[in-house]
Design a protein around this ligand. Structure first.
Ligand SMILES: [Zn+2]
Length: 87
């Protein structure tokens, strides 16, 4: 599925205004599994609580190296935190 910036912006505006986006023309907002916040369809993390929203899709999405880079950096930070917790 190809999502343009314009699609994402329209969907984001709909979320802000509280309007349900039209499924046939807008990508669906991603609901956070933890806090139920509606996020941008392409959001990687929940805007509110930071929960990763679509790890599986990110791994498959070669066209977005920036997102993958962000994921890798985030995992490295988590590893570092775990290491500190184990001490
Ligand atoms: Zn959340």
């Amino acid at each position: 599925m190809h999502v343009t910036v314009e699609d994402a912006e329209r969907s984001y505006l709909a979320v802000i205004k509280g309007e349900p986006p039209k499924a046939e023309e807008l990508p669906r907002p991603t609901e956070c599994p933890r806090c139920r916040t509606l996020n941008l369809p392409e959001a990687v993390y929940c805007l509110k609580c930071g929960t990763p929203l679509k790890l599986e899709e990110m791994v498959e999405e070669y066209k977005q190296p920036a997102l993958l880079q962000e994921l890798v950096e985030r995992l490295h930070r988590l590893e570092e935190e775990l290491r500190l917790l184990r001490k």
